[in-house]
Write a protein that binds this ligand. Sequence first.
Ligand code: HMG
Length: 391
Amino acid sequence: MSNGATVGIHDLSFATTEFVLPHTALAEYNGTPVGKYHTGIGQRSMSVPAADEDIVTLGAAAAAPIVARHGTDGIRTLVFATESSIDQAKAAGVYVHSLLGLPSATRVVELKQACYGATAALQFALGLIHRDPSQKVLVVASDVSKYELDSPGEATQGAAAVAMLVTADPALVRIEDPSGLFTADVMDFWRPNYRDAALVDGQESIGAYLQAVQGTWKDYSEQGGRPLEDFGAFCYHQPFTKMAYKAHRHLLNSAGHDTDEAAVERALGRTTGYNAVIGNSYTASVYLGLAALLDDAEDLDGQAVGFLSYGSGSVAEFFAGTVVPGYREHLRTEAHRAAVERRQPIGHDRYRELHEWGFPTDGGDHPTPAGTTGPFRLAGIAGHKRIYEKR
Ligand code: HMG
């Protein structure tokens, strides 16, 4: 199924926030049986950014270890995928480029299509490397997921960034052709420019996601993709981890396979570890699924992994990757687990304060309250300009 060239993910690193809200605290506050969160949607806790964290600080924190390990040689493109953009004109990746000290001879751009953006970024990166295999592309997927307080979507919030170095002859995952593609104009989830929190029709969004799964698989098969039996695991976009199970059962049913629960668990269980405790990280979510899978103890040398990337609105893509033999030597399992475990639990009052926090829009000088202990912070805003610093 490969076109002969070996291009793909050479390194992967993620970062998440300073704070975490356990779903037990949310359940206690709003009187929901916690089983609805733990079992019903498959979520244990959600990452909550400090006031001085945003998509830039998270993105830079995710990418910094990649630059520390590989240097900047050959990185001529940085693609920043997000749907929680902080500026209508300037790409958030330009701030990341500066914080990481990347060479000026770099192209930087921001991509958006809801949670699908990072997969578009990955595909663009693969195209650039096919054109010139000496080049490397830094893909950064960074999002803060925010719904209205006391809304059904609230329990599915989260925040994280995944950075991937995409190269020829990759050490982690070779990405294959073909892709299965699907686009449909639906209003399942959207965020008009004047709003901070997303609007969503929850049940419609689940239906739209399932329709997209079926559509991408149909196209993938028609393009000559692998049969379902080839795959050792499937990384789905996980707005909440139970969504991956709904999606996979739907895929199996629509492809005429039975949904043996033990087989479904084998295909998905290892991909949900980070998403269940971080929450929806939008563009980063499907690649957090990959991080969890690779960081799991089982050896995946040579196995095929299916990826299903879904972005509301909607655009979706199904594609395959092969795990490169020897990948385990290149993982960041300890750092990833530390990123999750270092978060400070907060109570419901503090979470609500942070949810409501925002800069005045008067163009004045507004330093940000100190919060993060991460490597980068948003120090404030002055004259409508965001000021970032290394800690
Ligand atoms: P809801 O209406 O509060 O929950 O919202 P529900 O009543 O549908 O219950 C959820 C599940 O919990 C159900 O299981 C219940 O049975 C179960 P299901 O029938 O689905 O298998 N349940 C319990 N289980 C155990 N013990 C209990 C209990 N009570 C109930 N006591 C909804 C759920 C997901 C709709 C809401 O959280 C929401 O609106 N979320 C945001 C939208 C979303 O995540 N959509 C997913 C697909 S769209 C997508 O993935 C794109 C997105 O990431 C955005 C982008 O692309 O940018 C969102």
